[in-house]
Design a protein around this ligand. Structure first.
Ligand code: ADP
Length: 499
């Protein structure tokens, strides 16, 4: 039986779009058709008998009897439909539908949700669920797409990273939390003459036992260890090795370490040769210069008679240049001694007051010449363990610089205090100051700042490099606090004397 035929065109359209679940049943209760809502919110379909799935069978049977004495609509206040073990209670209204044209057996339209909150909420829940499923499906599509993009990006990045690592000139070794080698690049394999098969998964300590003492690593600890750089002679090679921990930000713990190994064998050989050359040349120059200086001093002393004024001014120029040359040669000799580890030092108790007074009195004439406010502020009773001559040299370098690079009528202060376990000596000036860029290069050999203000000031560019080496030989460090145009403060921090 066709529902379109049973209902005329407009009635059929209304029947289809009605918001109530509507069924067409034959006299035996078989479902002939369901409208859209009935299909959506109740899994009812054509062919099954409503009588089979309702509990109040006799009520329904009674309502479906087409005897003339029954009035339309026939109402069943409670109809319990059981679908998939779920009971849905609803109210039903039944109207008979006579197929007058064909005089077929009667049919019925059953409306199921009249005042039935259970059915309504079921319908809403079904719709909400549909909506949720749809949203989920949309989200899932977006997430899948993003995941795919991310995976592709990661693969691309991984490719790039491994190309970079393998193309690096330096060797790279990566170890996991247990000290097992998990990555080694080609340069490291060549450097240590190893093959990837033998080394991956092996213990770092087993293969590089001589290096382990340099590696400070606390597996799994949350303590952040700083990157460390050290020079080592290993298998007749001079290596510079930098060790950095791999820190897992999420877990806040150390999760392995990475070594970058640089082969400096050739460079170290060149450095040694250059150092030897400087040392030999300086020695050879020092002897004739000492003799020149001796004769000059004799001439200046007046013991050889009084020279004409013009000649005296020439002798002064020769003397000042000889002194400059002597300073340069002394600095170069010191540097080559420092570099070859041959800077002899004899350690003893160095009284800081005595040291500062000595430097202050030596440099006072130069400061006065420039009309500087030159002062000393030193706490009593301070001492370090050190070499008095080398410490004097280091402090004199700093004070000499402060005087040189401060314009006339400026100020230079030497200050010394004790801070915890350290003695802090600072030389503060109101001079030209040093830009951040230049501060980074200040302690390099022969580095000098060249600008309008410093152009005519003499120097070798070795003073600060030597000073730093001397301070480090005293287990101390040198810090610069400076700003261009605002003066400079050079601070030495050296462990205090322990008897
Ligand atoms: P130099 O013999 O040239 O003084 P140094 O190594 O002692 O060599 O100093 C390196 C450079 O650092 C100097 O040429 C100068 O430009 C800069 N410098 C050092 N000390 C100061 C300072 N107190 N104020 C400004 N510039 C300074």
């Amino acid at each position: 039986m066709n529902s379109v035929k049973l209902l005329s065109g407009n009635a059929y359209s209304l029947w289809r779009v009605s918001m109530e679940p509507l069924l067409i049943l034959d006299a035996k209760g078989n479902i002939q058709d369901c409208n859209i809502v009935a299909k959506d919110c109740l899994p009812l379909k054509k062919g099954i008998s409503l009588l089979d799935i309702v509990q109040e069978k006799s009520d329904l049977q009674h309502a479906l009897q087409n005897s003339g004495d029954q009035e339309d609509p026939r109402v069943i206040d409670l109809l319990t439909i059981v679908i998939d073990n779920m009971e849905i209670r609803t109210r039903a209204q039944i109207i008979s539908l006579q197929d007058s044209a064909s005089h077929n057996a009667p049919c019925f339209i059953v409306s199921l949700n009249q005042n039935s909150p259970e059915l309504e909420s079921l319908e809403i829940a079904a719709k909400l669920n549909d909506q949720r499923v749809e949203n989920l499906r949309d989200n899932l599509t977006i997430v899948t797409k993003k995941l795919l993009e991310k995976t592709l990006q990661l693969a691309e990045q991984k490719n790039k990273v491994s190309t970079i690592i393998n193309g690096m000139g330096e060797g790279l070794i990566g170890c996991d939390d247990n000290g097992a080698i998990i990555h080694i690049n080609q340069a490291a394999l060549n450097l240590f003459d190893l093959s990837e098969q033998e080394i991956i998964g092996a213990s770092f300590a087993e293969y590089f036992s001589e290096l382990t003492k340099y590696i400070e690593y606390h597996p799994g600890s949350s303590m952040l260890v700083e990157q460390k750089i050290f020079d080592v002679r290993y298998n007749v090679k001079d290596l510079r090795i930098s060790v950095s921990p791999i820190f897992d930000e999420e877990e806040q713990r150390n999760d392995g370490f990475v070594l970058i190994v640089q082969d400096r064998t050739e460079q170290a050989e060149l450095d040694r040769m250059r150092s030897d050359l400087i040392s030999i040349v300086s020695h050879e120059l020092r002897s004739p210069l000492t003799s020149i200086k001796g004769y000059l001093d004799l001439m200046i002393s007046g013991d050889l008679g009084v020279f004409p004024l013009e000649m005296k001014s020439y002798i002064d120029i020769i003397s000042s240049n000889t002194n400059r040359l002597a300073t340069l040669i002394d600095d170069m000799l010191d540097l080559s001694r420092i570099e070859s580890g041959k800077l002899n030092m004899s350690f003893g108790k160095v009284e800081i007051k005595y040291l500062c007074d000595l430097v202050f009195l030596t440099m006072k004439p130069q400061a006065e010449k420039k009309k500087l406010k030159f002062s000393l502020d030193v706490e009593e009773g301070l001492a370090i363990s050190g070499d008095i001559d080398r410490m004097q040299q280091a402090l004199t370098n700093l004070v000499s610089n402060a005087i040189k690079y401060t314009p006339e009528e400026g100020s230079v202060i030497i200050h010394a205090i004790r801070t915890k376990e350290f003695i802090t000596i600072s030389v503060k000036d109101s001079g030209f100051g040093i830009s951040n860029d230049n501060q980074n290069r200040l302690f390099q050999k022969f580095f000098r700042i060249k600008n309008e203000k410093t152009r005519n000031i003499g120097g070798t560019g070795l003073g600060l490099c030597i000073t730093k080496s001397i301070v480090e030989a005293h287990d101390g460090k040198i810090i610069v606090d400076s700003e261009e145009g605002q003066g400079s403060n050079f601070i030495l921090e050296i462990p205090a004397y322990h008897s």
